[in-house]
Write a protein of this length. Structure first.
Length: 103
């Protein structure tokens, strides 16, 4: 797991042909706006989160975000624990994200 600044996260994700963007916020938060192409898996729903995490391709690179960076950090550690090698946490979360979002 790596904590990346907004700039690092965006630049790395943009250049990564193997990137998957994960939004780990709740359904209500997701509906307020999300990063284009993001897959939502609510970390607050622990059992479902772990089940879906185990189904992810462990060879992909996961760019993970939440509201402020805390939950996504936890999600990255959980992803690592189920065999995902590359999980990148967006420091500051979507609150500080300056890129495109879908509302």
């Amino acid at each position: 797991m790596a904590d990346l600044t907004q700039q690092q996260w965006c630049e790395q994700c943009e250049k990564d042909d193997n990137a998957v963007i994960l939004d780990v916020r709740t359904d209500a938060e997701f509906e307020e706006g999300y990063i284009p192409g993001a897959i939502q898996i609510d970390i607050f729903n622990g059992a479902e989160f772990l089940q879906r995490a185990k189904q992810l391709d462990p060879h992909k690179n996961y760019y993970v975000y939440c509201r402020s960076g805390g939950r996504s950090g936890q999600a990255c550690m959980l992803l690592n624990s189920v065999g995902v090698k590359n999980a990148y946490n967006l420091k500051g979360g979507i609150m500080e994200y300056k890129g495109e979002t879908i509302n």
